[in-house]
Write a protein that binds this ligand. Structure first.
Ligand SMILES: Cc1cc2nc3c(=O)[nH]c(=O)nc-3n(C[C@H](O)[C@H](O)[C@H](O)COP(=O)(O)OP(=O)(O)OC[C@H]3O[C@@H](n4cnc5c(N)ncnc54)[C@H](O)[C@@H]3O)c2cc1C
Length: 333
């Protein structure tokens, strides 16, 4: 893509606000735009809230674009991909940033394929190479044991998705404002291979939101052995006013929705207290919770690796430990 310039952020809404992921992307996007002496632009597809779009300026956007079309009311891969492709041809961005989440993972590689360029997923750092001016894309490899640095040479835009939590949200400056530009184009409904029927999973979304802001997280792993174990985890979380979560096996077995997975390929949490129940402490799990202020581990195997990370360790059968804890808590609260 010739004459590519500027950094384009694929923005997302959470209700009628910009999502926390978007506000994190805008921090790194702003830094990159300053290093390149370019502008940072925010794109909101299908978002109906004009107020939220305008807030993009306060978060540092030099331009905010919205794309509205009846086909973009609900997220669907085919429509959003078409929209992104047309936007990319129209705005010719030098760099496009997505969040490393369901939409980012869905769209970024497809867009890169359509535009015949590269993509690096799950970046934890992004810099501008001083010599070449290329985007240096840093991502963890080998289960987080090493970092790999990627460049996309001679192809534009350079596309990356950024891990949630890799950057702090950017600061809001209420004195910045601007006019949101609407991009209009038609979408080919014949190219849409799916049909939106209904939205499901409101309960799992509520749990995920609760997890994101919880001070106390009780996380269950394979050691629970069966789904009923999660009821005990839930009871403990309710008593402590906390949220539940699961390790990857807990998600794979269907004990908790995937939105509650903690770890390298799941959510990154850093609550005041993280209670790991029946979790061995694999590095890929700890990548999502090791920043917690206090880690409590309950495990029947005293040599489990989790005890190397735990500030408080309890060796025992989780059922006995949690039932005892819950009963004492109820008596004394
Ligand atoms: C690329 C990649 C990405 C990954 N991403 C993630 C990720 O995001 N999140 C994640 O969690 N994993 C992830 N994994 C998987 C990870 O490597 C581990 O396999 C996983 O975390 C193990 O989950 P677990 O601790 O629940 O199960 P296990 O490792 O099987 O541990 C179960 C633990 O329960 C204990 N236990 C058994 N019975 C009891 C009992 N009655 N009471 C108390 N304790 C008991 C056992 O002693 C054991 O320590 C990833 C792996 C790869 C390769």
């Amino acid at each position: 893509m010739d004459q590519s310039k500027n950094i384009l952020i694929f923005g997302e809404m959470n209700g009628d606000r910009l999502s926390s992921m978007t506000v994190q992307l805008m921090r790194v996007g702003k830094r990159l735009s300053e290093d390149l002496n370019q502008e940072m632009h925010l794109l909101l597809i299908g978002g109906k809230s004009q107020g939220a779009a305008e807030k993009g300026f306060g978060y540092g956007a030099d331009k905010v674009y919205t794309v509205l079309n009846p086909l973009l009311g609900n997220y669907m891969t085919d429509t959003y991909l078409q929209a992104m492709e047309q936007v990319a041809y129209r705005l010719k961005p030098l760099i496009v940033l997505f969040g490393q989440n369901d939409r980012g993972l869905d769209l970024a590689p497809r867009l890169a394929f359509r535009l015949k360029t590269g993509v690096t997923l799950d970046c934890v750092d992004l810099k501008i190479d001083a010599e070449t001016g290329l985007l240096e894309q840093v991502k963890p490899v080998f289960g987080g044991k090493a970092h790999s640095h990627y460049y996309c040479k001679g192809r534009y835009p350079q596309i990356a998705s950024v891990r949630d939590g890799a950057f702090d949200p950017t600061d809001y400056d209420p004195s910045r404002s601007g006019e949101v530009e609407k991009i209009n184009f038609s979408l080919d409904s014949a190219a849409v291979r799916t049909r939106f029927l209904r939205k499901e999973g409101a309960e799992s979304l509520a749990l995920a939101l609760r997890l994101a802001s919880a001070n106390i997280v009780v996380c269950g792993g394979r050691g629970l052995k069966k789904k009923e174990g999660m009821e005990l985890i839930q009871e403990t979380a309710n008593l402590l006013g906390g949220a539940i979560a699961g390790s990857r096996p807990a998600v794979d077995y269907g004990w908790v929705p995937s939105s509650l997975q903690v770890g390298l390929t799941g959510k990154k949490v850093n609550p005041q207290v993280y209670i790991a129940v029946g979790i061995s402490g694999a590095l890929q799990h700890m990548a999502g919770c090791r920043k917690s202020k206090t880690i409590v581990a309950i495990n029947s195997d005293e040599s489990a690796p989790i005890f190397r990370f735990a500030h408080i360790g309890v060796v025992g059968d989780y059922r006995e430990v949690l039932e005892g804890f819950n009963n004492e808590f109820k008596k004394n609260r």
